[in-house]
Design a protein around this ligand. Structure first.
Ligand code: AMP
Length: 183
C-alpha cells in the first residue's frame, strides 16, 4: 500500500501534541497519544514506517523489526506484522529475562542502558529499527550497536519525528534514516 502524502501530513500535523516543559523545563515533549487513538492516522503512519522495510519494487527486504522501549514498541509491532516479519524488543536494563547484550550511552545528565536478548537475531538478519522520536541520536545509536553485537545488520532506521536541531542523524553514520517529519 502506498501512503497518500496529504493524509500522512494531516496525521502528523494534527495528531501529535507538543507538551511544553515535560518531563522537565525546557523540553517540548512530542505526545503521540492522539495519533495512536485515531485509527486512520495510526494506520497511515504504520504504513509509512513499513515502507522503510521494502525495496523500490515493494518487496520486503528486512528480516526483523526492532522497537525501542516504550513508544517504539507501539509503532514497531504493527510494522512487523504489516511486513510479515518478526518483532524484537530493545528494552531498558533489567527487563528481559534471558541472557542479553547490554549497551550504555550518555544522557544529558547521567547514563542509560539498553538490552536485547542474545538470541534475538539470526546471523546476518537484516533489521529495521523503529522509534517515535530521534533527538540526540544516543538511543538509536545504542540500539544499532546491540543489533550488530547480536549478529544482525541494520538496514534502515525509521522514526516518526526527527528533532533536526539536535543533529541526531550524525550519530547514524551512513545508515539509511527515514523521518516522517522533521522539526
Ligand atoms: P535521543 O537518545 O536523545 O535521540 O532520545 C530519543 C529517545 O527519547 C526516544 O526513545 C524518544 O522516545 C525520547 N525523546 C527524546 N526527546 C523527546 C521529545 N522531545 N518528545 C518525546 N520523546 C522524546
Amino acid at each position: 500500500m502506498t501512503v497518500d502524502a496529504a493524509v500522512l501530513h494531516d496525521a502528523l500535523s494534527g495528531l501529535i501534541r507538543d507538551v511544553p516543559d515535560f518531563p522537565e523545563v525546557g523540553v517540548v515533549f512530542k505526545d503521540i497519544s492522539p495519533l495512536l487513538a485515531d485509527h486512520d492516522g495510526f494506520t497511515t503512519v504504520v504504513e509509512a514506517l513499513a515502507s522503510s522495510g521494502r525495496d523500490e519494487k515493494g518487496v520486503v527486504d528486512v528480516d526483523k523489526v526492532v522497537g525501542i522501549e516504550a513508544r517504539g514498541f507501539i509503532l514497531a509491532a504493527p510494522v512487523a506484522l504489516a511486513l510479515g516479519v518478526g518483532f524484537v524488543p530493545v528494552r531498558k536494563a533489567g527487563k528481559l529475562p534471558g541472557p542479553t547484550h547490554r549497551q550504555s550511552y550518555l544522557l544529558e545528565y547521567g547514563e542509560a542502558t539498553l538490552e536485547v536478548h542474545q538470541d534475538a537475531f539470526r546471523e546476518g538478519d537484516r533489521v529495521l529499527v523503529i522509534d517515535d522520536v530521534l533527538a540526540t541520536g544516543g538511543t538509536v545509536d545504542a540500539t544499532m550497536r546491540l543489533v550488530t553485537r547480536g549478529g544482525g545488520v541494520v538496514s534502515a532506521v525509521a522514526v516518526l519525528i526527527e528533532l533536526g536541531f539536535l543533529s541526531g542523524r550524525e550519530k547514524l553514520g551512513d545508515c539509511r534514516l527515514s523521518a516522517l517529519t522533521t522539526t
